[in-house]
Design a protein around this ligand. Structure first.
Ligand code: SAM
Length: 282
């Protein structure tokens, strides 16, 4: 097995790891699954050649994807995670003691099994008693879900390729709107502002067609393309800057990246991102 792993961008540049030990290199019914121990970042999971998470920095992505909506919502009890087959988002959601039930709909059971075996740091989230793990297409799940059934929906998907494509359009977000409660909030991982700005823009537009309140926020994720990653926020009533300081400082004390200041600062965008998602620059 090759001792170097490369994630290649547009066939012109790449980011990679020296591999210490290979665990999984297989084609599931949905995607190519690779999992290995790197010399520098611990265990790595890649899907269809795209790095999904590393043991060393997965906490950044999961803390920022989950705690922003969970702290803006005043009392999130029922949460839905689409994707998230590594368990990291479920782990972070369960830090919020107000949560009563987490439904998690991951399309690829082989991702779940791979993470349970080799990525215990995130897979623990799937063993929590409040978490109900289902294997299925999140698009179909949302279509069938009842009105007003979730306070927060977290779209922890892979990139807009393969099974993930349908999670980046307004048809999907119309269903998400319907299944959210009155003060419902949805967030989604939103791709790289440097390498996939069209995807960042299109996701924001898809949400804007459906939700009255939308925003884009950023985090530094060293092992994602360019090291800068975006997240898309949409809500029926609540601005992302309204959150309980008291709850946020309790959560922040359990986090390695998230804190109350970063919550606000993450919505401050560089001009090039503002321009490319159609916000006025000044
Ligand atoms: N949480 C990881 C991270 O730190 O970035 C990455 C996301 S997680 C591994 C992405 C998951 O979304 C994959 O396991 C993939 O199978 C799943 N997925 C993609 N399309 C989906 C769909 N339509 N329904 C449910 N899950 C889907």
């Amino acid at each position: 097995m090759k001792q170097e792993y490369r994630e290649v961008y547009e066939n012109m540049s790449f980011f990679g790891f020296t591999v210490e030990e290979w665990f999984v290199n297989t084609q599931s019914s949905f995607q190519k699954i690779e999992c290995f121990r790197s010399k520098s970042h611990g265990v790595v999971l890649a899907l269809d050649g795209l790095i999904q998470l590393t043991e060393q920095d997965e906490f950044i992505y999961h803390e920022m994807l989950v705690h922003i909506p969970m702290l803006v919502h005043p009392n999130p009890k029922n949460v839905l995670i689409i994707g998230g087959g590594d368990g990291g988002s479920a782990r972070e959601v369960c830090l919020h003691t107000c949560v009563e039930r987490v439904d998690m709909c991951e399309i690829d059971g082989q991702v779940i099994e791979t993470c349970k075996q080799y990525l215990k740091c995130t897979a623990t989230g799937m063993n929590h008693p409040k978490v109900n793990v289902m294997v299925g297409d999140g698009i179909e799940f949302v279509k069938q879900a009842k009105d007003n059934s979730y306070d927060v929906v977290i779209v922890d998907s892979s990139d807009p390729v393969g099974p993930g494509v349908g999670l980046f359009n307004s048809i999907f977000y119309r269903d998400v709107f319907r299944i959210l409660t009155t003060n419902g909030i949805v967030v989604a991982q939103g791709e790289s502002p440097f390498y996939q700005i069209a995807a960042v823009r299109n996701l924001r537009k898809a949400m804007q067609e459906v939700f009255p309140i939308t925003a884009t926020y950023l985090a530094n994720i060293p092992t994602y393309p360019s090291g800068l990653w975006s997240f898309a926020y949409a809500a029926k009533t609540l601005s992302p800057k309204q959150f309980s300081q008291q709850r946020a400082s309790l959560i922040a004390s359990q986090c390695k990246y998230y804190n109350e200041e970063i919550h606000l600062a993450s919505f401050v965008l560089p001009n090039l991102v503002k321009k490319s998602i159609g916000m006025n620059e000044k």
